[in-house]
Write a protein that binds this ligand. Structure first.
Ligand code: GRG
Length: 304
């Protein structure tokens, strides 16, 4: 392992620990009622996730801040934005696992929320995590105009033109084969939108100018798709214990995936191209974008 990789691993580990302590602090306490709802919310969020979206918020913030301008207020705002995307992400996983959707028993190596609690509470936990995310954005100590941009971005990325819309297309596509363009559109919405939002939120909070924002947008589009291509490959090549969720689920439920449409080799070639695109997009940002570069490599190389 090279020195650069070790430094990145340490950075990522610190980012995960920091995000989890922020989430722990910001989630409602269980000794405050309704206790079981709060317990379910905490269970949903604080399970062992990779915290990639939070890391993207922080890395994009770092890439966008002017040298030496990392003011405490901006760092606090990045914490709130990173927590907000993790809350939306956690809600989406809870609802995705419900019997009316993927009907899954395992998530993050533990029973899914509806298995651990019950179905009604799982729905409500997801419902309550969403508004909490926007509440956190509203508390960011930055210029109100930037807060409005952040709120609108998160709302659109999670809504019917983003993640929820992509999930609807996914549900409708079970048992059908999709042309590659349709598959791409579905994944850009379902998975890509929230990853893109994470990158762009970091830029907004740190006050990125238009050149940096353009670079971030191009980078975010590439890694958003790459994340899903890896997910589809891992569903075929990974095992349930490493993934922490049921492997082989896509094939079993006749879902169209990159692997079913392009084959394993085609999917791996696409992944290489997307990693290249991500690196290329960051060229104008210079050395301050090094964590984003490393995160692109991490996303492409991940094993779970
Ligand atoms: C229910 C509105 C609604 C949307 C669900 C995110 C999602 C949309 C479904 C999850 C299904 C899935 C496995 C999608 C593939 C990509 C993805 C989002 C994987 C899970 O994200 P990770 O790997 O999870 O970052 P951790 O647990 O590490 O946070």
């Amino acid at each position: 392992m090279s020195a650069v990789q070790i430094a990145f691993d340490q950075w990522l580990q610190a980012s995960v620990e920091h995000t989890e302590s922020v989430l722990d602090e910001l989630l409602p306490a269980v000794d405050e009622g309704p206790a079981r709802l709060h317990e379910a919310m905490r269970y949903a969020v604080l399970g062992p996730g990779k915290r990639v979206r939070a890391a993207l918020v922080h890395a994009a913030g770092e890439a966008s801040l002017q040298a030496g301008s990392a003011a405490t207020a901006q760092e606090l705002a990045l914490d709130y934005a990173a927590a907000a995307v993790e809350l939306i992400h956690a809600y989406s996983l809870v609802h995705d696992d419900l019997p009316c959707m993927d009907d899954d028993d395992l998530r993050r190596g533990r029973p899914t929320v509806h298995r651990q609690f019950d179905e009604a509470l799982a729905m409500l936990a997801g419902d309550a995590l969403q508004p909490l995310a926007f509440d956190l954005l509203a508390q960011m100590p930055i210029a109100p105009a930037l807060t409005v941009q952040a709120v609108q971005l998160l709302a659109r990325s999670a809504g019917s033109f983003g993640m929820a819309g992509g999930q609807a297309i996914d549900c409708e596509s079970v048992g059908h084969s999709l042309p590659i363009e349709e598959l791409q559109r579905m994944h850009r919405m379902k998975t890509g939108a929230m990853l893109e939002a994470s990158v762009l939120l970091g830029g907004i909070v740190a006050g990125a100018g238009s050149t940096v924002r353009e670079g971030l947008e191009a980078y975010a589009g590439a890694i958003g798709l790459a994340f899903q291509v890896v997910d589809d490959i891992l569903d075929v090549t990974g095992d349930t214990a490493t993934l922490g969720k049921t492997a082989g689920k896509d094939a079993a439920s006749a879902k169209p995936t990159y692997v079913s449409v392009m084959g394993l080799e085609g999917s791996r070639a696409l992944l290489d191209a997307l990693r290249e695109q991500a690196h290329e997009a960051l060229r104008p940002l210079g050395p301050s974008a090094c964590r984003l570069r490393e995160l692109a490599d991490f996303i492409v190389g991940r094993s779970h």
